[in-house]
Design a binder for this molecule. Sequence first.
Ligand SMILES: O=C(O)CCC(=O)C(=O)O
Length: 385
Amino acid sequence: MIGRRVFVVHGLGLAGLPAWAHHGWSSFDQTRPIYLEGRAAKVAWRNPHAELELDLAADLKLPADLATRVLPAQAAAVDAQAVLKAAVLPMRRDRRWQVELAPLTRMDAWKVPEIKAGDSIPEPVPSNERHDRQALWQRLRSDGYLYLKGQLDRQVVTAFREYYFAALAPAGLIEPGSDPRMGVGQPGELDRGELRRILFDDIVPGEKYAALTAHPAVKGWFQWFLGDDVHLHKRKIIRHIRPGEAGIGTATQAHYDLVYLREGTERVLSMWIPLGDCPVEMGGLTYLEGSHHWAMAAERAGTLHLAQAITADLPALADRHDARWLLADYEAGDVVVHSAYLVHAGTDNVDTANRIRLSTDIRYQRATEPIDWRWQEHWSDEDGL
Ligand SMILES: O=C(O)CCC(=O)C(=O)O
């Protein structure tokens, strides 16, 4: 169910993706090409033209190398390089665009693989809202999450990734002799006893993890956002998922956090931090759009979910609520803050380069509000929560 991010230049091919507005070539103005990038929400891969509905990326920008990209040969006499050079971002800010692509015969000739409708991306907070607390609160209430791109310095995150995998190398987690920053998994059995010892005795209670999770870009951000003294729950979770560790019981199943935190305030906020780049194939965190509304309504009505996951069948849950799963190509430094009511889940790591998905999830709240006492010890796999 992982979708592809597609990009098109309206009017001419890019990476074999020529596209033009609904009116066809006759009304296409080659002097005013626009660049679009996003996720395909709906696709009709059919003759005479493939069509798609594209949800524009919120962080849309022109790629630096756009003008020099190689284009497939054109039948029509078009100065492809000039078109790419002239491409600009659209003036209109419509989120969804209808795009008509070339006939399938031409797409085949250009070896463009079929585009499939995929998951949608969570919308990153636009830069003009990043320092506007009121706008952020409004967004959190309406979407249930704040996707803060580049909140942490990339170096800070990759240094922790390196530390983590170097520390766990003796347990056989990574390919011997490989760069720990890459986190390339070693196929085969691990020394599970050694892994648990290093993880729970050294890393979880260690200084480096404490520094990362209380970093000014994390703790300082919560202080500013919550406008108060803050409390970081001591129970902080680090998860690594090796490629191939697929199937029920591996990726985090769909749940919302409050079911595990009911002894404290419902206003506790989680922060999910990918520890390294986490493109969709590495199994990032996915959010069920709008689910905080029904989860909150259920809690208010007293029809509480038990302290357990809702399901591992993500498509069925989305169907049941007629909602989309949101999933992004997260980059080192990005974080997502989510409400305790928003349903989320992990996806399978199917990375062909064998990179391990590493992330942490931590919880902050106002120090003055009720604190769930059960979360005030370091995380261990035996804490029963
Ligand atoms: O990283 C994951 O797979 C799960 C994270 C999570 O449950 C959370 O951030 O609350």
